[in-house]
Design a protein around this ligand. Structure first.
Ligand code: DU
Ligand code: SF4
Length: 255
């Protein structure tokens, strides 16, 4: 079980008929400025450091962005805004992200989304979100204890991630913590997930002779307005605001 194996499985997925039709339709009609591009038109895997301390959780691939390039947040203005901030805060080796082979490297951070296929109007249905949830759950599980912080871009990702974490045995308070820009919520995992190798821990809950129980795994969610143009063009989300969230995330992740 590895992130690569998860991605191999993910990119074959055709479970949502509406989204399969949309991702392929968009690739046929294209946008005039990308008329010479071969669109990816498939589910989009997470991208970045496989031992990330910070996981950025968006919404879904953009029709002419990640659905075209095949890499999360790559090839549109949302990604430009996000990766520029990662570059300023020392998490990316370059400030732009135009294609899947542009040399971008993320260090300590990874980008993903709760829904992996481009939806019409950027609006997945609740059913599509539920269907896609296990891919995010599995990704979080495979990142294991290295991931300490989730930077969640917008209310959709916030709700989706909380649902996914609750299903995975994390203590998610009821009522659910509300999404706001600047929200900070630390969750604990009740028991190690099956198959997760926590140093020296026994998966049946036993503690080795004379040992201490393993420290509870924690994950801090940081809420941030989404990097969509609706927010960045209007100044609702400024570069400084995003930098501040990423710097806070770095701090919490010990990077
Ligand atoms: O082939 P690979 O080294 O596992 O990298 C896959 C993909 O992830 C590559 O496009 C670079 C990127 N990446 C990264 O951004 N940061 C890392 O620390 C490792 C890989
Ligand atoms: Fe599969 Fe997720 Fe795409 Fe639906 S959105 S087809 S579950 S990858």
């Amino acid at each position: 079980p590895s992130l690569a194996a998860l991605d191999d499985h993910l990119i074959q997925c055709r479970a949502c008929p509406r989204l399969v039709a949309w991702r392929e339709h968009v690739a046929e009609v294209k946008r005039a400025s990308f008329r010479d591009d071969d669109y990816w038109a498939r589910p989009v895997p997470g991208f970045g450091d496989e031992r990330a301390g910070i996981l950025v959780v968006g919404l879904a691939p953009a029709a002419h962005g990640a659905n075209r390039t095949g890499r999360m947040f790559t090839g549109d203005r949302s990604g430009d805004f996000l990766f520029a901030s990662m570059h300023r805060t020392g998490l990316a080796n370059q400030a732009t992200s135009v294609s899947a082979d542009d040399g971008l490297l993320l260090t300590g951070i990874r980008v993903t989304a709760p829904v992996r296929c481009a939806p019409p109007d950027n609006k997945p249905t609740p059913e599509e979100r539920r269907r896609c949830g296990p891919y995010l759950a599995r990704e979080v599980e495979l990142l294991g204890e290295t991931v300490r912080v989730a930077v969640v871009l917008g209310g959709f990702g916030w709700q989706a991630l909380l649902s996914t974490l609750a299903e995975q045995g994390w203590d998610v308070p009821r009522p659910r913590p509300r999404f706001t820009h600047g929200a900070e919520v630390t969750l604990r995992r009740r028991t190690p997930a099956p198959g997760t190798d926590t140093a020296g821990a026994h998966h049946d809950g036993e503690v080795p002779d004379g040992g201490q129980p393993p420290p509870a795994q924690t994950l801090t969610l940081l809420g941030c307005f989404h990097v969509s143009q609706q927010n960045t063009f209007t100044g609702r989300l400024t570069p400084q605001m995003l930098d501040d969230v990423l710097l806070r995330a770095r701090d919490l992740a010990g990077l």
